[in-house]
Design a protein around this ligand. Sequence first.
Ligand code: PLP
Length: 386
Amino acid sequence: MTAKEKEKGFATRAIHVGQEPDPLTGAVSVPIYPTSTYVQEEIGKNRGYEYARVSNPTRDRLEENLASLEGGIGSKVFASGMAAINAIATMFKSGDHVICGHNLYGGTPRLFNQVLANFGMEFTYVDTSDVNKVERAIRKNTRMVFVETPTNPLMALSDLQAITKVCHARKVEVVVDNTFMSPYFQQPLALGADMVVHSTTKFLNGHSDGLGGVVVCTKKEQLEKLAFLQKAAGAILSPFECWIILRGVKTLAVRMEQHDRNGRAVAGFLANHKKVRGVFYPGLSDHPQHELAKRQMSGFGSMISFETGSLKNANKMLRKVRVCSLAESLGGVETLISHPATMTHAAVGPDGRKKIGITDGMVRISVGVEDVDDIISDLDQALDAI
Ligand SMILES: Cc1ncc(COP(=O)(O)O)c(C=O)c1O
């Protein structure tokens, strides 16, 4: 990205960086290059592309675009959010120690504890919303702190500036999973983080029609290691999946504005509903970290969790929704509603869930961009079933 491009606004960069018209034909939509290999003129002479696991022009364009949106020097995309997180973890080695938030997306501790721990990596889970707990957990062999803020599904925030300050003083890198907020509402690299990861499956793509993951870097060495991992381990994103993210990201700014407006309205409705026993949303003034949310994020987004009181109550209401779809995942234009205890956080186990406060009655909603009155009346009639 040139210095001039850096000065442009977010929505302009989402639509234009990496999305320049095709030099060959003028096509305004980035071409999809479905090729496994590239012809070479003679031994060692090619046009910068040799084999598609190593690089692909559609992928290059997406990597340029997402790096610009997060304010990084470059990015690397992978076959899913988990493949991206796995790539980050495999930048480290046996004996290295990682500190993680204790309330991450359930698939992340599953990867860390059930796969990577078998190769000698060590993981400690702490409540990263308390920076002192992060500092106390740092050891000689700690290489990375892995944070999600807000957390899934409890919507607890971590102070990224405070964490990076403490970690950098001890030469520990900070990696932020920014999936919930998207770069539109939260810019972890500007707050000091060293790398950002996303499940592009969610808000970046935005249409619930493809998986993907990205790691955005601040240093050349990180990019080189990740490029090597794309080549060596091969969990790259296909050209078609790259293209649908390039298409989805063009509307990220307008979608996020609408997600945020709808999210605030739905959170307000739930907070005043007599059948709802608690709402977790950083935009509510009684959220314990509302002030940090206002400082650290430029919007509150559309992820909300609420308490129905029991598994039975949760199921009663979830069976009744019609505009909202009962499904895993989040960040699509359609409102998705889910049950963390049996879906995203089933792998954490009952004891693990109890420890961090995920109850059987908790329901999570990813508010879409439909007419908000329709979402609210759907939730209202579903809550009547309790
Ligand atoms: C915060 C967060 N990070 C990572 C992931 C994993 O992403 P994917 O499903 O694309 O592998 C998810 C999936 O729900 C998530 O919610």
